[in-house]
Ligand binder design. Structure first.
Ligand SMILES: [Zn+2]
Length: 496
């Protein structure tokens, strides 16, 4: 009998081990080295000066709704026209809704679906007092271009223009039509810029084969457990949902209070929401580790290949890392609470605002149902705040010509880092093109180390001159790759 049990245990162990090993082998994705190809000519100093000139145009919104400053945009548009004469001679330029720019570089094969490269012209404000070099003077000091927008994202605006001008100078003509979409109000949601541009493309009957907008970059430490640099391409964006919770109760004097006031009832509801976050899912993180492939340490490869077995362990590790926690679940953040004005009065009402960020796969309706179940108290009413919610965006495929072409270009330009897909935690302008494109990728072609932390929207925003030059090379490669019918220029060395 004992030998039979022992035999059974051994069989189960052997089968489990076999499954784990086979799944791990299937999980591994090799990323072969990309062949280097000739890039567009880049004069790093000139490019830096052009970026500095763009920084001097203070395209900061005049108010919270994103009202543009006409003079700043006039300056920027004039600067672009003067600096990039070939682009402005050969490309069609549409001004969309007054300030956004849509450039069309017609391909020689008009039957191919166009692609679009994006950047936004607006920047957030900056307090000059706090900066080492003034935020809008475009200083080039110590190998950096300093100023607001040098990372977010006049760098991409200039990178795209610079690469197109250089390619035109070489007589290059794309086979596939290239569009450049430059919104003017991304920082305030893009409703007047790229949303209108998206509608315009739809109206023109244009469907895009691919989009690259700002997003993930190249950095070490992006995937916990993985050493070395990784390039992350955003394939989706989390959704957004702000909910207002309200409790009303009998007002009165605090000398004779009811057992529970509106504040107490609301507080209990909020505490329950925080104590019961939405469930975690590894489904959005697995492709990231899968994409990184062999650069992932073996124990993590084994774990991610066998979520059926190691899922609970992985989750326990990941929820302790804030960025990872946000990557595997819809997050819950209590952000505003209001109730009561007098110390001796029981208030008639208490209100709170909770901000959820939706993991693709969770819908707004799911989250509202979940909140109702967790709170389980009919005295608490709640509803989404108008204009403050959108579903998570569809997930663009991390395979196929558009993704593979982009992946190859990243590896050609940046010394072959592993390239992997991820879900962006914040939103960008490209959300407005979901109706006209199924292959939307968010990638900023810049190697960023610790020293970049907090610079975007922060103090002393700056970009290395050589990093900016490499961005031009990246766009030059990408235009040639995506401008080709196959969406790539040179096959991977050794890839079929
Ligand atoms: Zn931006």
């Amino acid at each position: 009998m004992l030998t039979l049990v022992l035999y059974g245990v051994l069989v189960v162990l052997a089968v489990t081990t076999a499954i784990v090993v086979v799944r791990t082998i299937l999980f591994q994705r090799s990323q072969q080295a990309a062949k280097k190809i000739e890039g567009v000519p880049v004069d790093a100093q000139k490019v830096a000066e052009h970026l500095a000139a763009a920084v001097r145009c203070q395209t900061v919104p005049l108010d919270e709704t994103g009202t543009p400053d006409p003079e700043a945009f006039r300056q920027l548009h004039q600067m672009l026209a003067e600096t990039y004469p070939l682009v402005h001679r050969h490309l069609q330029r549409d001004v969309v809704n007054g300030y956004s720019l849509l450039y069309t570089w017609p391909g020689t094969q008009p039957d191919l679906e166009p692609v679009m490269l994006m950047a936004h012209q607006d920047v957030v404000s900056a307090d000059p007092e706090a900066w080492t070099h003034p935020p809008f003077e475009g200083k080039i000091v110590d190998g950096f271009v300093w100023g607001r927008g040098t990372l977010d994202i006049k760098n991409q605006l200039i990178g795209i223009m610079e690469a197109a001008e250089a390619l035109l100078g070489q007589g290059y003509q794309p086979q596939r039509t290239l569009l450049f979409g430059m919104g003017h109000d991304e920082e305030t949601g893009g409703v007047n810029g790229c949303r209108v541009m998206g509608l315009l493309l739809k109206e023109r009957g244009i469907h895009l084969a691919g989009i690259v907008d700002e997003g993930g970059g190249i950095s070490a430490g992006l995937a916990p457990g993985v050493r070395g640099e990784v390039a992350l391409v955003g394939v989706s964006e989390k959704g957004y949902l702000t909910v207002e919770f309200t409790v009303q109760s009998q007002p009165g004097h605090s000398s004779t209070p009811p057992p529970q006031t509106a504040i107490g009832i609301l507080a209990r509801a909020l505490a329950r929401l925080e104590a019961h976050p939405l469930p975690t899912h590894l489904r959005r993180l697995r492709p990231l580790y899968h994409g990184i492939g062999r650069a992932v340490p073996l124990y993590l490869q084994v774990a991610f290949a066998n979520i059926w077995l190691f899922g609970p362990l992985l989750k326990r590790w990941l929820v302790g890392i804030p960025e990872m926690n946000a990557s595997i679940r819809t997050t819950t953040a209590l952000t505003i609470v209001r109730g009561g004005v007098e110390d001796n009065t029981v208030p008639p009402e208490a209100k709170a605002i909770v901000n959820f960020r939706l993991l693709p796969g969770d819908t707004i309706a799911d989250v509202l149902r979940y909140a109702a179940r967790v709170i389980d108290d009919e005295r608490v009413t709640f509803e989404p705040v108008p204009g403050k919610f959108n579903e998570a965006l569809p997930i663009s495929p991390s395979q196929g010509p558009a993704y593979e072409g982009l992946r190859m270009v990243i590896r050609q330009v940046f010394d072959n880092p592993p390239v992997a897909p991820f879900v962006m935690l914040g939103g960008t302008d490209c959300q407005h093109f979901v109706p006209v494109c199924d292959h939307i990728y968010r990638f900023t072609s810049l190697v960023m180390d610790e020293s970049f932390r907090g610079l975007e929207h922060g103090i002393d925003e700056r970009i290395p001159v050589d990093g900016m030059a490499r961005m031009v090379t990246f766009y030059g490669h990408l235009m040639q790759a995506w401008g080709a019918p196959a969406m790539s220029i040179a096959p991977f060395a050794g890839d079929k």
